[in-house]
Design a protein around this ligand. Sequence first.
Ligand code: 5GP
Length: 127
Amino acid sequence: MNAMSRHPEPTIFERIVAREIPADVVFESDRVIAIRDINPQAPVHLLVIPKTAIYRNITELGAGDPALLAEVVAVAGQLAEEHTGGEYRLVFNQGERAGQTVFHVHAHVLGSAPGTEGLAEGTLGNL
Ligand code: 5GP
């Protein structure tokens, strides 16, 4: 097991952060990276990912490093301003039965470009 990780195998996001796997990176800071989702569920579908692999989900991140969670939310808001005009949906899936497939915490930023059709009401982006 990697000393920085609780996972026996690095997740796909750990490998993207390490640049072992390519991704369409839209933002990067010391502690956070944001990429376009490879299988978008909305016209704009970005993932905001803390670089550390130690938090598997939003609950662990919120308890373990609230400042980092606040940074994830701030980055999501900045990117949404840029890509959707600031109207967007922010989703964290937690657990397999909620649709989580990658156990390295990440926020989904879902929306559409200003002047185009918005997200449907009453859905959560078909995640
Ligand atoms: P979850 O289902 O865990 O909430 O979200 C994982 C997301 O990661 C999914 O929306 C999926 O499409 C996306 N994803 C999985 N593998 C890759 C990849 O290799 N590159 C990118 N850019 N996104 C990925």
